[in-house]
Ligand binder design. Structure first.
Ligand code: SAM
Length: 421
């Protein structure tokens, strides 16, 4: 099975295991640009270097599906969890088995139908999109020109007519990954910003169709080259992993990268696909999804809580933050940090119940910084894990992250690879 993995990855040595640096052009990884992904090699290490044969692998924070995909390439059945429905579908689409002939003929029919039929979809009445999404937008700005938006809805109509749910999902994912390129914004750093001279060089429905077809072709080549991998099961559940009733399946290896406590709001940054593809139908659903994500930001009000017995390093860190209260850009930051570690502690406790005796948990997580106070996420998690009965096999600082401008720009922050047994 390792041969299939080598065929996928080719000859390369990643600079940092914890980032997807240079992974974005790999087959499947290139389907959708997800900056926060980690490298397939970290999953490979977790599986191949494991002291016993790995029969089951889990990832509670699937994101773009790197764990599910890599485990599949290595012949290991996996279960992953993801709270963002578009990302859950992305991971599923990458690991699904397809009938190639059916795939190509259905795609042809979708493109034909979108070119010949008008969409019956009225985005104002039915999609309930935020005002800023479609021309004429709000305050003279909008994400999608009306022409492009109508093409999106024509394609969605055509896709919805297909009988096969796996093809519907794949084509929606391809459409989702074609959106930002044909919008008036780019995603960078912590959010979206308008492209330079977006009004002078307007995107059209032809651009969108062109991107959709080009991206689809790239996906089809990947699928044709590696369809055999999909005999290995890779389940991706749409699920908030903080759910107390969640019972993980028994596993040898769990490898994951949770959101870092750095105020990056995934639901906000990746919500263009959610709205335009109809995963979100109103603002209440949007708020609900943001509430379901791990507490790693303060952009939404929610109840905060803390661990009863928190490690000394966490208490010290929170005290330092409180001393700097006046310099914090939001006074809720200390409570958010405490809540983050409470939720991570609960997750580690829940994972411990399903970990086989020789099982291991691999975590990639970054430090963050507020008002000059560094949150040493890896070290704090290691302390919490020890308190829960885990052995810390490894706690390596793998690279230095640049802090966001909001956090002062420099110095650079560490990222840890934590291995627990
Ligand atoms: C750092 S990303 C994971 C990246 C992944 N390792 C990859 O290679 O693509 C963290 C992911 O956790 C998801 N997430 C956040 N809160 C969650 C929750 N409560 N339950 C499940 N997934 C959650 C986010 O939507 C995001 O996709």
């Amino acid at each position: 099975m390792q041969a299939l993995f080598d065929k996928w990855i080719g000859e390369r040595t990643p600079v940092f295991l914890g980032t997807n640096h240079r992974s974005q052009d790999l087959p499947f990884s290139s389907w959708y640009r997800f900056k926060e992904a980690f490298s397939p090699e970290i999953v490979k290490h977790a599986i191949v270097d494991h002291p016993t044969k790995v029969k089951a692998c889990i990832d509670p924070f699937s994101g773009s599906g790197t764990t599910a995909l890599t485990a599949q390439f290595l012949g290991v059945p996996s279960t992953s969890y993801e709270v963002n429905p578009f990302l859950a579908d992305l991971g599923r689409a990458k690991t699904e088995y397809y009938d190639i002939k059916e795939l190509r003929s259905s795609f042809h029919s979708v493109v034909q139908s979108a070119q010949t039929h008008e969409s019956t979809f009225d985005h104002n009445n039915e999609a309930n999109l935020p005002e800023t999404f479609v021309e004429p937008g709000k305050n003279g700005k909008w994400l999608f020109n009306a022409d492009v938006a109508h093409q999106v809805f024509r394609l969605r109509d055509a896709i919805s007519c297909l009988n096969d749910p796996t093809l519907r999902r794949l084509f929606e994912v391809i459409l989702g990954s074609s959106l930002i390129e044909n919008s008036n914004v780019v995603i960078n750093g912590k959010g979206r910003r308008y492209r330079k001279s977006w009004q002078q060089r307007p995107k059209t429905k032809f651009d969108l169709l062109d991107t959709f077809q080009t991206r689809a072709e790239r996906c089809f080549v990947d699928i044709e080259s590696f369809n055999s991998k999909s005999a290995v099961p890779a389940r991706i559940e749409l699920q908030d992993v903080r759910d107390e009733d969640l019972c993980f399946p028994e596993f040898d290896v769990s490898v994951f990268s949770p959101p870092y406590p750095n105020s990056f709001d995934y639901t906000d940054v990746y919500n263009v696909e959610l709205w335009m593809l109809g995963y979100l139908k109103n603002r209440i659903q949007n708020v609900e999804l943001r509430r379901q994500t791990l507490t790693s930001h303060v952009q939404i009000s929610k109840a905060f809580a803390r661990l009863v017995d928190q490690p000394a390093l966490l208490t010290e860190t929170v005290e330092k933050l409180q001393i700097q209260q006046d310099r914090l850009w939001d006074k809720r930051i200390p409570r958010m940090i405490e809540t983050y570690f409470l939720e991570m502690s609960n997750l580690l406790e829940n994972l411990a119940k399903s970990k086989k005796p020789k099982g291991r948990v691999w975590i990639v997580v970054g430090n963050s910084q507020y008002a000059g106070v560094e949150i040493e996420t890896g070290r704090i998690l290691a302390e919490i894990a020890k308190g829960l009965g885990y052995n810390v096999v490894k706690n390596d600082i793998s690279r230095k992250l640049r802090t966001s401008p909001q956090q002062g720009g420099s110095p650079r922050l560490g990222e840890a690879i934590l291995v627990l047994a």
